[in-house]
Write a protein that binds this ligand. Structure first.
Ligand code: ADP
Length: 502
């Protein structure tokens, strides 16, 4: 596996930057277009209101200056009353009459301006319908040249008679303002968006800088320097959380790398010596053996060595599997007292043969939730050490009891003991206490107590050892107890399973 190179990392962050900027620009485009449409609508409605107000005034003007006179034949005509010498009044009336329609209640047109005619005169039905309205209504109509006009049309009462009046105003100026606003705004939009994208590009660069630095630092971490950690930025943000998680992952990787490295070192170290011995035996036999019996002896010795080697490898594989988490525990409720008793009984013949007294004592309910096979392995390792390192005439005591919710197992012996400087190391893999030459002990491979320590850890327990050279050793294992249906047993059970000579 190779870490991404600087160029590749740059490409990754650039792509991220591009996407961030794009979403930023898209967001602004939609927002600004929305704002533009909103303000255009607002402006248009303000303009309409203004024209509407002017038309209301003009409606009043028509009322003031115009009168309806009955003509012969039952028809009507409009009459405009104003001072014709007054230029202002004349202009006002002209203006009123520039976009105007007056019709009687039958829909008959009495007066219609030229512009109004170009807008199209309402049909008599429409006029009759409009006469039923209580208030005049506003309407926008477009002339044939495309100019929009706003009209205020409705009924106007003159004495007992009802007439239809419609006054109008051109909206050309307002429309031009609106068009100009739309043009300028939307023409400016691409420039605003370009400025936004430039800003977005730089802002995202700043925002992604820590990510780029993080990527560069992670690239520096490789299999050979897994001890490196990325320093936290102290901001307490998502990136710090990422750094923390990443460091945790590197920590776990480092542990597992170290374990496999340790495994290879241990294996090569531990296999070299016995292999050299086997080779020596066979070479000597090849050079010096004369009879078939000599050859047989040499092969038998070599086979014994090979057997020991096989056991060592098996034990080491088991331990490595366990420590790397590949061994799953099958936890059941088991009685540690019963397990200890059964283990002690199995060791009795060996203890007897070594002339060592072996006792066991159980106090209270010693139920634990544990993997039976591993608990048996733990007992087997502690007891085999006790028997192995206790000399003739010595005593071994196995005791189980419950205290403060924990179940305690003690394996005490009166054996050769362990020197104080070796005590902290006895749980290390392949560690064997360098005993005195005259003790002539058959050491194991030095893996038993490493396994015991792992089993205790895997069951959330603790192990302590006290020892004094020449006086004996005492191993204490404490595991979390569980309550069983059975009432706590406060009876003290003691069994001597010692051999008769001890
Ligand atoms: P081994 O297979 O050598 O017994 P262990 O891991 O079981 O390996 O034990 C490590 C070392 O601790 C042993 O080599 C031995 O020197 C010492 N040791 C363990 N148990 C006892 C004991 N009960 N009395 C004296 N020494 C012990």
């Amino acid at each position: 596996m190779t870490a991404p190179t600087g160029a590749k990392r740059g490409k990754i962050t650039r792509w991220l930057r591009f996407r961030l900027t794009l979403s930023y620009v898209l967001f602004f485009a939609v927002l600004l277009a929305g704002i533009g449409i909103f303000f255009r609508g607002l402006l248009s409605s303000i303009q309409r209101n203004e024209i509407g107000a002017v038309l209301e005034q003009e409606w009043g003007g028509v009322r003031g200056y115009m009168a309806i006179k009955a003509k012969a034949g039952g028809t009507y005509a409009t009459v405009w009353n104003y001072d014709r010498d007054d230029a202002v009044e004349t202009l006002a009336v002209q203006r009123l009459r520039s976009i105007l329609l007056v019709a009687d209640s039958a829909g008959q047109v009495m007066e219609a301006s030229e512009i109004y005619l170009s807008l199209g005169v309402e049909s008599p039905e429409k006029i009759r319908d409009a006469l039923n309205l209580s208030e005049p209504a506003l309407e926008v109509r477009t002339a044939s040249d495309g100019t929009p006009y706003m009209l205020l049309s409705g009924p106007m009462r003159d004495g007992k008679r009802l007439f239809y009046i419609s006054v109008g105003r051109s909206m050309a100026q307002q429309q031009a303002v609106l068009n100009r606003f739309t043009l300028y705004y939307f023409a400016l939009l691409p420039f605003i968006l370009a400025a936004c994208s430039l800003l977005g590009w730089f802002v995202s660069k700043r925002a992604l800088n820590p990510v780029r630095e993080l990527a560069a630092m992670t690239g520096d971490i490789s299999g050979s320097n897994l001890s490196l950690r990325i320093p936290s930025r102290g901001a307490g943000d998502e990136l710090d959380h990422l750094i923390e998680t990443f460091n945790g992952m590197v920590g776990r990787l480092e542990k597992s790398f170290n374990q496999s490295r340790q495994f290879s070192t241990d294996v090569s170290h531990e296999l070299r010596t016995p292999l050299t011995v086997i080779r020596g035996h066979l070479e000597v036999a090849l050079m010096t053996a004369k009879t078939e019996e000599h050859y047989r002896d040499a092969i038998a010795t070599a086979l014994q060595d090979v057997e020991r080697l096989t056991q060592t490898i098996r034990a080491l594989l088991n331990l490595s599997q366990a420590e790397s988490g590949q061994m799953t525990l099958q936890k059941d409720a088991i009685d540690l007292s019963a397990a200890a008793r059964s283990a002690a009984e199995q060791f009795l013949p060996l203890a007897e043969a070594n002339e060592v007294a072996l006792h066991y004592e159980t106090r209270g309910d010693c139920a634990i939730s544990a993997d039976r096979v591993q608990v048996e392995r733990l007992l087997w390792n502690l007891l085999s050490n006790a028997v192995k390192y206790t000399e003739r005439g010595g005593r071994i005591r196995v005791m189980t009891q419950r205290s403060d919710g924990m179940v305690e197992l003690a394996v005490d012996d009166t054996g050769i003991g362990i020197p104080a400087d070796a005590l902290p190391r006895i749980f290390e893999r392949f560690y064997r206490v360098p005993h005195r030459a005259d003790e002539n002990l058959d050491h194991g491979v030095g893996l038993g107590l490493s396994f015991v320590a792992w089993i205790v850890r895997a069951h959330n327990g603790t192990i302590d050892v006290e020892s004094e050279p020449g006086k004996g050793s005492s191993f204490r294992v404490r595991l979390p107890g569980i309550r069983t249906a059975r009432e706590p047993d406060i009876r003290k059970e003691e069994h001597g399973v010692s051999n008769r000579r001890a």
